[in-house]
Write a protein that binds this ligand. Structure first.
Ligand code: TYM
Length: 336
């Protein structure tokens, strides 16, 4: 039986953080064992916010190294760079005719970016979800492993697929956002204000490249709260956030001990953060060191990119044949 096709992407706009890891990459590593997977470093998307390309090469190679360090295996999945697959740009162009400016202007991520970069509200930013739809549908993927923040984009992808099918005939499936957890993940920043993200304050974001001391320092400074006054109280958001991180990297016994301390009103957040800092160091440092080793092996990275490009293009070329056929863009027949 044919396996389901999976696609997901990540922007090379900064260092990979825990939100990326637990929201997306952890699922990708698991999915490569089960599905036909395509994972993509979306360098074109990064140009919507980072037009200066001086550091792009380094960012792409570093990100690729971090993806490999996290467990993506180029023998088990197709790992490639978006700009190596020009067919994505062609599909983006067709989808642009099926996307309405009103709905693009209402997209939450677009509104955020307009606030963040009022001097550079470029058309690429507006049509960002259209390019994302092309990434997904160029492989006719059905599952898209992403964090909670990407949900709206996947819904828009379904709209474009349906509009295309309705207008030109059935070419595309209807992809859905995916997580092995019961809900899509949203990792909060260490100050409890909003989601962890690449561009926000670096002291409230944990990166896979952070040194051991920096990890300890960031967690020490993370927001906590006053100890609860009554047994079995509801945890304030910042405390729930610390517990959430602990559940990801500490042993179940450790979490249980601190849960009991909290419920019995004897919790000492200093101790909890110290333990969390140590467990986080144990979790992050091997990933950091593996990524460093991959980054030092440029010959291997080149090989990974070129094998990935070829496999991804083969899949994209096959889809574009169907797309052009359905759209009636074939104007001459080859004589036999
Ligand atoms: P990007 O590069 O911002 O993030 C990559 C992945 O990390 C997830 N993520 C989070 N998950 C949980 N908590 C957080 N705090 C957190 N921060 C980031 C994101 O949900 C994402 O899954 N538009 C996409 C890139 C993209 C894409 C695609 C994704 C382009 N084409 C096609 C899927 C399919 C983005 O900006 O991700």
């Amino acid at each position: 039986m044919k396996k389901e096709t999976v696609l997901s992407g990540i922007r090379p706009t900064g260092f990979v953080h825990l939100g990326n890891y637990f929201g997306a990459m952890r699922n990708w590593v698991k999915m490569q064992e089960e599905f036909d997977c395509y994972f993509c470093v979306v360098d074109w998307h990064s140009l919507t916010t980072h037009p200066d390309t001086k550091e792009l090469r380094e960012s792409v190679l570093r990100l690729l190294s971090e993806l490999l360090a996290s467990g993506l295996d180029p023998e088990k999945c197709v790992l490639y760079i978006q700009s190596h697959v020009p067919e994505i740009a062609e599909l983006y162009l067709y989808f642009n005719m099926l996307a309405y400016t009103g709905e693009l202007e209402r997209t939450a991520t677009f509104k955020d970016k307009v606030r963040q970069q009022p001097d550079n509200v470029n058309a690429g930013l507006l049509t960002y979800p259209v390019l994302q739809a092309a990434d997904i549908l160029v492989h006719r993927a059905t599952k898209v492993p992403v964090g909670k923040d990407q949900e709206q984009h996947i819904e828009m992808t379904r709209n474009y697929a349906e509009r295309f099918n309705h207008r030109y005939g059935n070419v595309f499936p209807s992809p859905t956002a995916f997580s092995y957890d019961s809900e899509l993940t949203r990792i909060m920043s260490l100050d409890g204000k909003g989601k962890m993200s690449k561009s926000e304050n670096h002291m409230v974001t944990l990166y896979l490249a952070d040194s051991d001391d920096l990890i300890r320092e960031k967690i020490k400074k993370a927001k906590s709260d006053a100890a609860p006054a009554e047994p079995n109280s509801v945890k304030p958001d910042s405390v729930e956030n610390l517990f959430g991180l602990m559940r990801l990297v500490s042993s179940p016994d450790t979490v249980e001990n601190f849960e009991q301390d909290f419920n019995n009103c004897v919790i000492r957040y200093g101790d909890m953060k110290k333990q969390l800092g140590e467990d986080m160091v144990k979790f992050i440092s091997p990933l950091r060191e593996k990524a460093r080793a991959f980054r030092a092996d440029e010959k291997y990275l080149n090989q990974v990119m070129s094998i990935g490009a070829e496999k991804a293009r083969n899949s994209a070329i096959a889809t574009m044949e169907l797309v052009r056929d359905a759209m009636g863009l074939k104007y001459f027949a080859l004589k036999s």
